[in-house]
Structure formats: structure tokens, C-alpha cells
Design a protein around this ligand. Structure first.
Ligand SMILES: *Cc1c(COP(=O)(O)O)cnc(C)c1O
Length: 389
């Protein structure tokens, strides 16, 4: 342990936990200092919304704190059923199936579907939980260049002519978690149809934030494409609590209930979180323009950073990287920003590739215009002090 930690420290990659007063509010306090929080995935500001808090408290009063067992034993309640029906309707899919976290959903679903005879083609910037699912499945997994349709097509072509007998899967995030850019989903879905590959899409950062009324990016595809797409979304980001769900066909749901081990062998989501997610759906339905307002704020913030001369990569969403490259300099910048009142965490390898260290800003609908001006002023000042712009 000591040797490995020493090596990690030496490369400026040592990580530590720092306890915050709140994680999810626009302003947080750390050691008595007020900081503007640009690192939370609480994109819609729902995590501390009065409607969610009230719904969660009421559910605890009525049903208690835990369910006491897995879904297939005694832990499947009317609340689970009700939330699944609402989520399926929200996504425009036949069915939804809850998981206890996005990580578990991704690992469990991929390992349930794919096996040693199969091939999985995976975007090189996919989330770690998708990668772990590919590993656990025992399938042959191959990465393709980030968002490259040419590379993907080439690999699909190889699979179809190599005489392999198994199935082919394509796995991608719809919004990439550290770059904030979008997968070309319509084109990927068309390629999958042409080569008879099954498509798995992770909408962790899109559900609640993008697409029609926040329904995500798969919802923009023609209905005919949906038969062969399995969508995974989290309830831990825009939805403000915890948990995840797959949405798709009845066949997919029946299959996963019977085969996905992280569904079968874990305790089901507790009442408070189910009620919070139902309340989040209410809020989204009452205010379908909220995701659009988040994107407007993000566009303003991103354009302003670009005008200052910063590199925001191909971000097109509320996730906005500021590329620095070197891990040590990225840590320096994060520390300076923090001294000035801005909480923006440095993202380093292995979360991002070597030489691609960055700050990752994530905007929330609850950030005010003043908050964003405050942040831009500080970023400009620190960036020019460090000679970045
Ligand atoms: C956060 C995230 C997950 C994991 O979701 P949790 O609910 O936090 O376990 C999965 N996929 C992507 C793309 C994510 O960003």
C-alpha cells in the first residue's frame, strides 16, 4: 500500500476526501469560508428542493427508512412500481427497472447481456462503470476513438466479416462526463441497425438536462430505433437523490430481473429516495423549460470562457471542462480558485487520459447570473496570473 501510494503522490495524483457542509447547493462553506460550488452534479438544483425534502420526509414517516431486502425477496413495494411506471412514461419507453446506483446498473446490465462469445465496442471515453461492466461480462471488448463514426463503422465491419458467432454490442455515454460533449447518437443507432448490433446508452448526464423536456437524447431518436436500444439513466444527478434505472422494452426488463446480479443481490432503494425521485418528476413535468434554462446558462458560461481564451474542448452541455493538461498545474489552479472563493475540483488521470488534466465545471439551474459573473471574474484573474490566457 505504501509503495503504491508513494508512486501516486509522486505523480501528483494523490486524492483525499474533504468534508463539506453541503455538497449540492450553489454555495457551500468549507472551514468557515463561503465557496461557490461549480463541482456538483445536482444539475437542476433538486437535491435540496423543498418539494423533494418534504416528499422524502413524508415517505420516511409513512414507510420507514429501509426496505429490508432485495426486490425479489420482500423489498419490492408499490412505491418502486409507481416510480418505474412514471420513469417509463417520462422516457417514452415501455418499461423501466430501478437499480440502486448507476454504477451497479451499468456493471450489471452489460454483464447480463454480453458473454465470452460476444464483442463489445466501447467509446474510449466511456464512464468507468461501463468499462467495468465490459470487463465483468467476459466479452471481448474493444474501444473506438472518441465519437468517431469512421472508427466505429470499421470495427462493426470487422465483426460482421470475421465470422464470429456471438453478438455485437455498442456501448456509449450520450453526454460524456468529463468532456461535456455529445455522442452522435442518431448516426450510431443507424450503424447499429445496419450491422445488427445492440446499442446500450448511458444517459447519466442527459436525463433531466437535455432532449425534449429533459427526457434525454435517446428520446430524440425515431421510435423505430428504440427496440434495439437499452437506455440507462441515474437518479443521482439531475434527479437529486440516488439510484438509477434502465428504460426499454418489457423483454429487457424481464430479462434483467432474472439475470442481472446487481439487481438480484442487493437491497432495494429506500422509500425516501423513491419519493424524492417521484417529486423530481413532478417538478420536471410542472416546469418543462427548466432543462432549457440550464442549457442557456451553460452556453453563456462556456462562451465567456472561450472568449477569455480558455480551451473548453468540445463541450456542448452544462459540463464544461477547462483544459490545462499537466496534473500539477491543474491542482495549482484549483487551489488558487479555492482561495478566491470558487470550488472547482481538479480532474486528473486515471479519470481522464494522461496530459488531459482539467478543471471540470458543472452548472446548476440554481446558479444565479451573479454567481456566474463572480466565477468568470475569478477564473479570468487566476488564469492570467498562471499565464494560461
Ligand atoms: C455518475 C455516472 C454513473 C454512476 O452513477 P451513480 O448513480 O453515481 O452510481 C454512471 N455513468 C455515468 C456516465 C456517470 O457520470
Amino acid at each position: 500500500m505504501q509503495q503504491r501510494l508513494h508512486a501516486i503522490r509522486h505523480r501528483h495524483l494523490f486524492r483525499q476526501l474533504s468534508p463539506l457542509s453541503h455538497g449540492s447547493t450553489p454555495w457551500i462553506s468549507v472551514d468557515g469560508h463561503k465557496l461557490l460550488n461549480l463541482s456538483s452534479n445536482n444539475y437542476l438544483g433538486f437535491a435540496d428542493h423543498p418539494h423533494l425534502k418534504q416528499a422524502a420526509s413524508a415517505a420516511i414517516e409513512q414507510y420507514g427508512c429501509g426496505t429490508g431486502s432485495s426486490r425479489l425477496i420482500a423489498g419490492s413495494t408499490f412505491l418502486h412500481q409507481q416510480l418505474e411506471a412514471r420513469l417509463a412514461a417520462f422516457k417514452g419507453h415501455e418499461q423501466a427497472l430501478l437499480f440502486t446506483s448507476g454504477y451497479q446498473a451499468n456493471v450489471g446490465i452489460i454483464a447480463a447481456l454480453a458473454g465470452p462469445r460476444d464483442i463489445i465496442l466501447s467509446d474510449e471515453l466511456n464512464h468507468a462503470s461501463l468499462i467495468d461492466g465490459c470487463r465483468l461480462s467476459g466479452a471481448q471488448s474493444r474501444t473506438y476513438a472518441h465519437c468517431s463514426l469512421i472508427a466505429l463503422q470499421q470495427q462493426l465491419e470487422e465483426c460482421s466479416t470475421s465470422g464470429q458467432r456471438g453478438l455485437t454490442f455498442v456501448v456509449t455515454d450520450s453526454v460524456f462526463s468529463m468532456d461535456g460533449d455529445l455522442a452522435p447518437l442518431a448516426e450510431i443507432a443507424a450503424l447499429c441497425e445496419r450491422y445488427q448490433a445492440f446499442l446500450i446508452v448511458d444517459e447519466a448526464h442527459a436525463s433531466g438536462c437535455l432532449g425534449p423536456a429533459g427526457r434525454g437524447l435517446v428520446a430524440q431518436l425515431p421510435q423505430s430505433a428504440h427496440e434495439n436500444i437499452l437506455t440507462i439513466s441515474t437518479l443521482s444527478k439531475a434527479f437529486g437523490s440516488i439510484g438509477a434505472f434502465m428504460s426499454g422494452t418489457t423483454l429487457m426488463k424481464d430479462f434483467l430481473i432474472n439475470v442481472a446480479r446487481p439487481f438480484i443481490f442487493t437491497t432495494s432503494l429506500p422509500p425516501a429516495d423513491l419519493a424524492a425521485s417521484l417529486a423530481a418528476l413532478d417538478l420536471l413535468e410542472e416546469d418543462p423549460d427548466l432543462p432549457g434554462r440550464l442549457q442557456q446558462k451553460a452556453a453563456f458560461f462556456r462562451t465567456s470562457l472561450q472568449q477569455l481564451g480558455f480551451d473548453t474542448l468540445a463541450s456542448a452541455t452544462h459540463i464544461i471542462p477547462l483544459l490545462i493538461g499537466d496534473a500539477e498545474r491543474t491542482m495549482h489552479m484549483a487551489a488558487h480558485l479555492r482561495e478566491e472563493g470558487l470550488y472547482a475540483v481538479a480532474i486528473r488521470p486515471p479519470t481522464v487520459p494522461m496530459g488531459a488534466s482539467r478543471l471540470r465545471f458543472s452548472l446548476m439551474a440554481s446558479h444565479t447570473d451573479e454567481d456566474l459573473f463572480f466565477a468568470l471574474d475569478i477564473i479570468k484573474k487566476v488564469g492570467s496570473q498562471m499565464g494560461l490566457v
